[in-house]
Design a binder for this molecule. Sequence first.
Ligand code: M6R
Length: 618
Amino acid sequence: MCGIIGYVGPKSTLDVLLGGLRRLEYRGYDSAGVSVISAGGNLETRKKAGKLDNLVSEITSHPLPESHIGIGHTRWATHGAPTDGNAHPHLGGPTSKLSLIHNGIIENFGALKAELLAAGTKFASETDSEVAAHLIAAEFEKTGDLPKAFANVVNRLHGAFTILVIHESQPDVVLAARRNAPLVIGLGDGENFLGSDVAAFVEHTDRAISVGQDEIVILRAGSVEVRTFDGAPVTPTEFKVDWDASAASKGGWSSFMAKEIADQPQAVADTLMGRLESDGSVVLQEIDGLSAEDIKNIDRIIMVACGTASYACDVAKYAIEKFSRIPVQVELSHEFRYRDPIVTERTLIVAVSQSGETMDTLMATRYAKEQGAKVLAICNTQGATLARESDAVIYTHAGPEVAVASTKALVAQITAGYLLALFLGAGRGATAQAELRRLGQELLKMPANVTHVLERLEPIRELAKKMADAKSVLFLGRNVGFPVAMEGALKLKELAYIHAEGFAAGELKHGPIALIEEGQPVFVIVPSPDDVDSLHPKVISNIQEIRARGAKVIAIAEEGDAEVGNYAEHVTYVPKCENIFSSILTVIPLQCFALELSTAKGLDVDQPRNLAKSVTVE
Ligand code: M6R
């Protein structure tokens, strides 16, 4: 969950570290800190509880010396409260010449700490991470070989960790180790970088290496060496980062989330690009890892994901089953892994993740692979662990998503799910080619439709401002509108800290209708009245039922729906499209509503309380 950066090279290290931390702050914002080694050879550290701005103020009051090597950290607290003392870096050894930052959880820290306490080590924090700092410093005292001492200690650690270390006695090297937590190397000209993801250094280089499981990096300005934890040399593979730095900046918007909502036409267009021919046929070259035979043999798809990404799976289920007739099961990754699920060699796992580092999803896919299943990832982040560990990857080209609340990544995931559904429909021969091509052509219209929705959001913004005092908001939908309702509720919970629930509209009379009382705001996602199998009349009945009990209905409906306006206090219309694709459009007003309501309450929309964007612990 934490963000880490390391640098060695000719630039001002502090500028590189703070710039990188600014782009990584979405990973955690409980505290931040940096250590540098000055040109004179002194290790200096500044760290502060709270957001990165607090650290910047601290450095302004207590400036750091010019330096060409350093490490930086932004924290999402696990062990120890978010205080100055628990902020990283942590110093190791009695003379504090070693500095360490850590992302993850060291599960055996209790036993290791007991060992250090028995040897008289004094601790300055309550963190698990400080244990590693003292152990490496002590091992270095014994061996006099920093890389060896580092390797000896990381081999003793259990759990999940990316660890970066610098030592005053060796001012030209940053050491890093990775187990079950992300680490990427940025390759520069006479300079090199380390980061939790490529956002850390995207401003400086587009050449990167994704570090593998249980690997150690020895990073100098002019060289990068990768070894396994056992010391065997690794020949890493370089990749080109296709994000640019401007995509990870606010660019004049009031928040990253506002910008990312506005980026959505591009996110959908870029995810479709090169994958949909003008005649509507789908080309998914990325699925080369899965042969035509593999696809024919699939007897079941299990989609695994968490949070918003799981709602993208719920939408994809409707489309995949409809077009390919392959049964699809959607599972929250954390529930799937630990309930002894039935997975065979004929199961296709589709793992969906913006970050590609969500530990619950990684554990679910690893488990499925052990059972012999093939794994297809839908992922937004190049070089991410999920992408590395899957048999095939469909990248969603949403660009960097910085706001903690997912928006453009979701619409890109949904788009990729639709592409997959059409592809499998063709591969299985379950839907006529002409129909699939017609649907493909409809999908090609979606970027323009998204733009159309974005241009007409002012009324829902105004509504959100008036509802800043709401205590509870409900969301109802059917078919692909159901996951949209769930997402609308999640957005409101995480951004505005308001109680919100999403329900299948048909489920209402089985219990939730008891929640309806005078004035209860209820969003209803209304399906197209024109669809052949339209659930429109049923949803209109659901609206009548809640109105009769005092609900205030806010509808998201299709343009031309003549009926809904008679029963709702507020209607946001979205363009007419194929009903199965409508989720891409109907979710946008809900994102905008949550953003505006959060803003009206004076909350931080990009960094909501208690959350981190990449949940890299189970
Ligand atoms: O990186 P991932 O897509 O795997 O993340 C999954 C969830 O943690 C994420 O979607 C989370 O629910 C967001 N905060 C939702 O806005």
